[in-house]
Ligand binder design. Sequence first.
Ligand SMILES: *Cc1c(COP(=O)(O)O)cnc(C)c1O
Length: 358
Amino acid sequence: METWQGLIDSEYRRWLPVTDRTPTVSLHEGNTPLLRSRHLSDVTGCDVRLKVEGANPTGSFKDRGMTVAISKAAEEGTELVVCASTGNTSASAAAYAARAGIASAVLIPAGRVARGKLGQAVRYGARIVEVAGTFDDCLRIARDLAGHHPVALVNSVGNELRLSGQQTVAYETVDALGAAPDIHCLPVGNGGNITATWRGYRTFRAAGRIGGLPRMWGFQAAGAAPLVHGAPIAEPQTAAGAIRVGNPATWQGAVEARDESEGLIGAVTDEQIFDAYRLLARHDGVFVEPASAAGVAGLLDRHSHGLLTPGQTVVVTLTGNGLKDQDASLRDGYTPVETSSSASEVARALFPAALVDG
Ligand SMILES: *Cc1c(COP(=O)(O)O)cnc(C)c1O
């Protein structure tokens, strides 16, 4: 088999807004694992599959849209790309811009971005602008900049390029399963991902690739759930930084995905999110960042309310890699066994003393 060359060159070019004149800027994103979760399947009686987007080159699904957005920026001769970010968009934009030889600037809410994500943007060479405000403030400023200066905005708002790239998660899911799942669960922050995933399924249905469509089940953090309440939130609160968004830019698209699919957008508490975060690592060996666990938290919450039918196929997007947020992991604490550098002492510490010689 030919090695994977990324979304544009390997598989999905005909579904993406690129032409022969578009130089492909790729880190070979996409083609991520779709893992069966034995634990979640056992608990729910459904066939639960995990779409592990943390396996993308910069560790989140944002790379799917960024390969398209930066390829087009390169085609247009853009010299500077900007974005507002809770962390992962900036990491992705900075990486793809570096690969294209384009400068990047990222606007992040000061003191609120996980260090792993900030470290990525720094290393890829982005200009970092720390805004004293929320993500929503960053986005407002980035849009204003793009309106008045010669820069390309690579947020998904008003950037159909990124949404079209993000649709590929649905294409890959269909190609792997041979059909659409019954339900597709995912976290919702700014609303781009649920919009794009739904559009991806609809595109494949319009093309005759699938007969049915999934219900889209999106989940926001309870302290940052504007789509659930139906109104923006000025001070969104959650420890899951990637979904700490009070006024989703793709509000309308998210609502359409929910309504057209006869799905839902629900809220899950931080406690439910962190329980799911621990459970995924412990039972499935998949380390995600906290926000990424919201889809699993929501699935379990709906299951506890009797809203799943046994035998259904459920895909859950795990949006980002746990390595990005070590502080979240270590917050639980851990108790090391402390020993000298003697092998027998280590053995005694790990096994019942009676079983160890000497
Ligand atoms: C961006 C992001 C989200 C939220 O996606 P939206 O498109 O903003 O709804 C969720 N999880 C992670 C890890 C992200 O990076």
